[in-house]
Design a protein around this ligand. Structure first.
Ligand code: SF4
Ligand code: SF4
Length: 365
């Protein structure tokens, strides 16, 4: 059987660039069934739960594409990338959100996303990604998708431990994207005097103000030529040059360039991976008071948990209800004696990862 290696999830250029521990194996997220989107199924039942539209899915998001990934996409000679190349070229022509750092979300789109309500993700046409192919229901730049897109899953094999792991990878790659987009500029001796702050490092919020140009999504010629200097009109060539520069870097270069921050992010990813690979049973367990029963069937119930709706035997639900802060081992032993059965530790760990059961500190938090 082919082993799934972590760095195969990401754009190919990272394989020569990321630390070798990114070559470790991982279990693909089998619950996030993207071809038959797990979030687009109807949910008959007692409570309303979150669903997405099939022609939008989880792509109601405008990704930041750093300069070197734009260049990698534009350098690809496979006809399968033609659609993505056409789209990114259109965005470059439109200028809004485009800078030597990459093809980024225009400020207006970032603000809309930041202020979107609970049901907007997965359901708002306005938030749809410019690279999403509506007819095919898929991504036109899949091989070059960014840190957010390559680490997002709507459901996780290992529940919250899986989510924490992918979140840490997202933060690591997000840091790398911000760093390398600047390294590319440095290596190309791009004049820094006309450059704004790196959009991949900005935070938008309540106090963010939009100019008339931001609101209208336009960039006039004077601003554009000042920003791009000699590369104005040759933006494609510039992005490809960024890709070539970054392709030459090694993991040692990345470690030197990233310094303490790279090591900090790396340590977080490795700790999160250990939590997935070697999960521990908390010494004390509480039932999660916010879990709701969605439907009752013979000998089974359907409950809404971390990964959405989950069917479980009534007996397991009864065990969960007995967990009220006593020591885990005692709770398990008492239940096993009362019902004349044995509960596997993996099953209880699964209940913890899916937040049907909470550790002491989670209940307090
Ligand atoms: S990750 Fe996105 S596309 Fe894949 S199953 Fe989940 S919501 Fe659907
Ligand atoms: S880049 Fe691709 S995966 Fe990411 S939001 Fe857009 S269409 Fe979806």
């Amino acid at each position: 059987m082919t082993e799934n290696l972590l760095w195969d999830e990401f754009p190919a250029l990272y394989r020569k660039l990321l630390p070798t521990w990114f070559g470790q194996s991982y279990e693909p997220e089998a619950l996030a069934t993207c071809r038959d989107c797990a979030m687009c199924r109807p949910n008959p039942g007692r409570h309303k739960i979150a669903t997405y539209q099939p022609h939008l899915k989880c792509c109601t998001f405008y990704p930041d594409l750093p300069n070197y990934l734009v260049g990698a996409l534009l350098s690809d000679t496979d006809p399968a990338t033609a659609e993505g190349q056409k789209r990114v070229r259109n965005l470059i022509q439109q200028r809004s959100g485009v800078s030597p750092y990459g093809v980024n979300a225009p400020l207006l789109r970032e603000l809309l996303y930041a202020h979107a309500g609970g049901d907007a993700f997965g359901n708002s046409e306005t938030l749809l990604c410019p690279y999403f192919h509506r007819e095919n229901h898929n991504c036109s730049i899949w091989r070059y998708r960014n840190a957010v897109c390559s680490t997002f899953f709507c459901k996780y094999n290992d529940g919250r431990a899986g989510e924490a792991f992918w979140q840490s990878v997202k933060e690591y790659l997000g840091f790398v994207q911000g760093l390398l987009s600047e390294v590319a500029l440095e290596r190309l001796n791009f004049p820094s005097n006309a450059l704004p702050a790196n959009p991949m490092k900005r935070l938008v919020g309540r106090n963010t103000r939009l100019s008339a140009a931001d609101l209208d999504g336009r960039v006039d010629d004077a601003t554009w030529y000042k920003l791009w200097g000699d590369y104005a009109g040759r933006e494609d060539a510039f992005f490809i040059a960024c890709y070539r520069e970054i392709s030459q870097l090694t993991p040692d270069d990345l470690a030197t360039l990233g310094g303490f921050e790279e090591r900090r992010h790396a340590a977080k990813v490795q700790a999160a991976k250990r939590a997935v690979d070697y999960p521990q049973l908390p010494p004390v367990l509480h039932r999660n008071p916010s879990v709701r029963i969605h439907e009752e069937r013979e000998q089974h119930i359907v409950v809404e948990g971390f990964n959405g709706l989950t069917e479980m035997p009534i007996l397991l639900w009864r065990f969960i209800q007995t967990c009220s802060g006593e020591e885990t081992e005692q709770t398990i032993a008492a239940f096993e004696t009362k019902h004349g059965l044995e509960i596997e530790e993996d099953l209880i760990i699964n209940m913890v990862q899916n937040r049907f059961l909470l550790a002491e500190e989670e209940l307090a938090g």
